[in-house]
Design a protein around this ligand. Structure first.
Ligand code: PEP
Length: 252
């Protein structure tokens, strides 16, 4: 697993063909940051087009089914995403957990399906506001990591974990740097308890209203190996501001 900062833009259900020009701008600009690993997860309809047009950045899916194929109307398998040109997939995003009732066990199944299909995987975890207010954030997130990350030989080598407090996603509210660092240490401890020493090599990304003006301090926090970026990834200008902030971390 690379230890370069990993900045991943999640376009969610946004992006028609007209957005290809934005992706091209991101791709061109990313070539100037060889010490930052940059990737986008467009809607599945654009994966192949981006794969063909991009040279510097990774392309991923936003979800996959646990199975390789079958009677699952509307779903996509990891093998299909890979066939379209993806090299990784996000699973367990809080929007999928909330809107599609995905449990930890389902997320783990998807993560293992992703690895079996030849992709790397980003597993998302994060507490709700009520859980944080109840003082249960660390316990909840540790439980999500335990239940959601893939097992099996070498699983940790193609795994990243994204910590995304639900209350910070798309809201403009950002977790404090101290809280982010504390949670990332908590996740690290859980990963080491699951994978042994190899768990210390898994990158842990922060996500939740990351913008160019807060990215540098978040990227500098303990155990933060990159960012999962929603809204700010839809514009090359704001997304590259975050990539630039991540590059400062490498330069330090
Ligand atoms: C996300 O969708 O994973 C996310 C973090 O969104 P935003 O950056 O818009 O909060």
């Amino acid at each position: 697993m690379s230890d370069l900062p990993y900045i991943v833009g999640n376009w969610k259900m946004n992006g028609l063909r007209g957005m290809l020009s934005e992706a091209r701008s991101i791709d061109r600009a990313s070539a100037r940051y060889p010490k930052v690993q940059v990737a986008l997860t467009p809607p599945a309809t654009l994966i192949h087009r981006l794969h063909e047009a991009m040279q510097s950045i990774g392309i991923g899916g936003q979800d996959c089914h646990a199975e390789e194929s079958g009677a699952y109307t509307g779903d996509l398998s990891a093998q299909m995403l890979k066939d379209a040109g993806a090299d990784f997939v996000i699973v367990g995003h809080s929007e999928r957990r909330a809107v599609h009732n995905e449990t930890d066990a389902m997320v783990r199944g998807k993560a293992e399906g992703a690895l079996a299909g030849g992709l790397s995987v980003i597993v998302c975890v994060g507490e709700t506001e009520a859980e944080r207010d109840a003082g249960k954030a660390e316990e909840i997130v540790a439980g999500q990591v335990e239940g959601s990350v893939p097992r099996g030989k070498g699983a940790e080598l193609r795994l990243s974990v994204a910590y995304e407090p639900v209350w910070a996603i798309g809201t403009g509210r950002v977790a404090s740097v101290d809280d982010v660092a504390a949670m990332h240490r908590n996740i690290r401890a859980k990963l080491v308890s699951i994978y042994g020493e190899a768990g210390s090599g898994v990158r842990i990304l922060y996500g939740g209203s990351v913008k160019p003006d807060n990215a540098a301090e978040l990227m500098a926090a303990d155990e933060v190996g990159g960012a999962l970026v929603g809204g700010a990834s839809l514009s090359a200008e704001s997304f590259m501001g975050i990539v630039d902030a991540a590059s400062q971390k490498v330069a330090e």
